[in-house]
Design a binder for this molecule. Structure first.
Ligand code: SF4
Ligand code: SF4
Length: 433
């Protein structure tokens, strides 16, 4: 493993001095298809998917190719995963109309077991069985080493990918537009994380949230390193029909946006996705890092958006985004007084709601830092060990875990103590006269 931290510090996002960008990264990189879709009815989904394929002009390209569909199968919780209706209609379209050689559906969530459970409970197994499509749980895959040799996209030097990725011609990335309690937003770039199959290690290797976001962009380049054609290997089709707001990516609330968003550059799709949430995409490092390294402006006005007349009409002004932003804290230069202060004040406190907790210990099993422990019928958090990844929240089946800035937890007590002290001082002063 390369000394990633020092490398990133030195380069920040690498400066593109010499242009080494392969041709495939330029292919329609600014183009984003945005189409209205108001419900998950098979007919409407089919029509929208057809329009996307036609507008991107890729029908012939898919013929005779091996295609992997990569949904977001985070957990079998309502609204937390890519709707199976979309995957089913896409399988039908690719197999029968576009005559693909083979179609596969693959993902990895937090563990091999949870991935299998989600495949089953979300009905993806049934769909794939009925359509005779192979499923891939990437935890079971053999891994290949991919060197990121090109200086333009070299932040992480080596990424290990499932062997199957190399043999696949096209990956259709199928994220769902959601908030994320740990990283604010999850969409096209973050969905590529599920291609790895060894995700938990990556959380420990990249504890710094900025670094983690840049690593996500590297996964995109690693996949493209396995692509010998001049055509991009990854196409993203994002479900923004019913998005998730609030406590995403698992325990948030549904919020209707009524759109499907598609494009070859996941950063371009995320610029649209996060703007629709009324967010500023320049604040998210996964987007800025990938955009910079593919020479894409992080500006919705510079994207070539087709399909709808005015994207601004769809922005949801009161979209509820997570209040915490772990990213800001990690942006402060290490070793300074401000960074030390912010480390204390902006520390995230993981809270277990005891009324909701059923003591299943899923969170304990999925915590990469071993910061959770069950003792005397309670789950305890060791905040010194916690790396603030929010994997516990993603794994909790009963939405019993929340994250807040530590300062907000201690603030009421601090105010109470301060008030008592003030009253005592006042009483003392007045008693003197
Ligand atoms: S995963 Fe949720 S319900 Fe299970 S022990 Fe942890 S907090 Fe409790
Ligand atoms: S307690 Fe939760 S947020 Fe903290 S390291 Fe463990 S899984 Fe991540």
């Amino acid at each position: 493993m390369a000394n990633v931290s020092s490398k990133i510090e030195k380069n920040n996002v690498p400066e593109i001095k010499e242009k080494h960008l392969p041709q495939k990264f330029n292919y329609m990189k600014n183009k984003v298809v945005v189409l209205p879709l108001d419900e998950y009815s098979p007919e409407k989904i089919q029509k929208t998917l057809r329009s996307i394929i036609n507008m991107l002009g890729i029908k012939e390209y898919i013929a005779n190719k091996s295609v992997l569909l990569k949904p977001n199968l985070l957990a079998p919780s309502k609204n937390a995963f890519t709707p199976p209706e979309i995957v089913l209609e896409l399988i039908k379209l690719i197999k029968t109309d576009m005559l693909a050689k083979e179609v596969l559906v693959g993902d990895s969530t937090m563990t091999k077991k949870l991935t299998s459970i989600t495949f089953k409970r979300s009905k993806f197994n049934d769909i794939c069985e009925a359509e005779k499509v192979k499923t891939l749980n990437f935890f079971e895959s053999e891994r290949i080493k991919v060197n990121l040799n090109n200086p333009v996209y070299d932040v992480e030097e080596i990424i290990y990918l499932p062997r199957e990725i190399k043999d696949i011609d096209i990956i259709i990335n199928l994220p769902k537009l959601k908030t994320h309690n740990g990283y604010v937003y999850t969409g096209a770039i973050k969905n590529l994380f599920g291609l790895l199959g060894n995700k938990m290690n990556m959380h420990m290797t990249h504890k710094n949230k900025i670094e983690f976001q840049k690593m996500l962009a590297d996964i995109f380049f690693a996949v493209e390193e396995t692509n010998s054609s001049d055509f991009p290997k990854i196409l993203t089709i994002m479900d923004a029909v019913i998005a998730m707001e609030g406590k995403g990516p698992r325990a948030g609330k549904p919020r209707k946006i009524g759109l499907m968003i598609a494009g070859f550059n996941p950063a371009a799709v995320d610029i649209v996705g996060y703007t629709l949430m009324n967010g500023n995409p320049t604040n998210l490092d996964a987007i800025t890092s990938l955009a910079k390294r593919t020479e894409l402006p992080v500006d919705i006005n510079q994207l070539d958006i087709i399909g709808i007349d005015n994207i601004n009409n769809f922005i949801i002004k009161d979209f509820k985004k997570p209040k915490i932003s772990l990213l800001k804290k990690d942006r402060i230069r290490e070793g300074t007084l401000i960074s030390k202060l912010s480390e204390k004040l902006m520390k995230i406190s993981i809270k277990i709601n005891r009324k909701r907790c059923i003591l299943c210990e899923e969170c304990v099993r999925h915590c990469p830092a071993e910061a959770l422990v069950k003792k005397n019928d309670r789950i305890f958090v060791d905040h010194d060990k916690c790396i603030e990844c929010f994997c516990c929240g993603e794994s909790c089946p009963n939405n019993a875990i929340s994250a807040k800035f530590y300062i907000f937890r201690v603030l009421p007590l601090a105010i109470l103590l301060f008030s008592i002290a003030a009253i005592i001082i006042l009483w003392f002063i007045t008693s003197l006269f």
